[in-house]
Design a protein around this ligand. Structure first.
Ligand code: IPE
Ligand code: IPE
Ligand code: MG
Length: 246
């Protein structure tokens, strides 16, 4: 039986976060340049977005470029930025046709201007779409995000707009880049690495983590469905004991 048929559609994760890892190794395994892996990884993104829409996942957030990735060789950084720009421009219309809203989180102002502009245009074009929200984490790191939130809160306290005792988890979450999104129930990382790499640290406080050896360019919706089936077998206790859950 297909993994898709095993999914309980009534207990779908509303939000799936992915660390798309392994592009470089995938290319190297074939004697190709790393950038070939990144280009091939775009096909995986397209298939996973379609796969999410097909079953009704409402939010998909993919780690496309981390704050730390700026430290890669300049040629690779440039190639990634160019790929990002061309992909956004090629896919904006398809996203729109499929009723998918494009969103981006991260320190976007650190991206090349062309990227900022084209991303803003694609987000504007798709802003009224309701089927699924695809969020690209770009120049993103969770520590950056948390520090930014702390700064914004401090500013409001300083200006007398907020009292210190109003600062609670809900208020803090409202200052993060993921405001208006539920926390991910499931996080998938490809390529066999078992780490979080500065991704959504606040939001993943209770996320189910799924690691697979599959390299990102080989990852297709069938792998996604396999991860969802695995997720649905887990008991999410949130600190309680089994007997307390219904
Ligand atoms: C993930 O693949 C894509 C980005 C980080 C941009 P990698 O480029 O990290 O590939 P590996 O991990 O070196 O194989
Ligand atoms: C994490 O992958 C960031 C993205 C997938 C964009 P990396 O390949 O950069 O992660 P580390 O540095 O190996 O943990
Ligand atoms: Mg990597």
């Amino acid at each position: 039986m297909d993994f898709k048929d095993q999914i309980d559609i009534n207990r779908l994760p509303e939000h799936i976060a992915i660390i798309m890892d392994g592009n470089g190794r995938w290319a190297k395994n074939q004697g190709k340049f790393r950038v070939f892996g990144h280009e091939s990884g775009v096909l995986s993104v397209k298939d996973i977005v379609e796969g999410c829409v097909e079953i009704g996942v409402k939010y998909l957030t993919v780690y496309a470029f981390s704050t730390e990735n700026w430290n890669r060789p300049i040629e690779e950084v440039n190639a990634l930025m160019e790929l990002l720009i061309s992909t956004i421009n090629q896919e904006a219309e398809t996203l729109n046709k499929n009723n998918i809203k494009l969103n981006a989180i991260g320190d976007l102002k650190s991206l090349p201007q062309k990227c900022i502009d084209d991303l803003a245009a694609a987000m504007d074009k798709t802003k009224a779409n309701t089927k699924c929200t695809l969020t690209l984490a770009l120049s993103y790191s969770a520590k950056w995000e948390i520090v930014e939130a702390a700064r914004k809160i401090a500013e409001q306290v300083k200006d007398g707009k907020l009292a210190i005792n109003q600062v609670d988890e809900q208020l803090f979450a409202s200052q993060l880049t993921t405001v208006n999104m539920p926390d991910p129930e499931l996080m998938i990382r490809t390529s066999g690495e078992h780490r979080i790499s500065n991704y959504l640290l606040w939001q993943m406080a209770y996320t189910e983590l799924y690691f697979t050896e599959t390299l990102w360019p080989d990852f297709r919706r069938e792998h996604l469905y396999e991860a969802i089936v695995d997720y649905q077998k887990r008991e999410r206790r949130f600190g309680k004991i089994s007997e307390q859950l219904n």
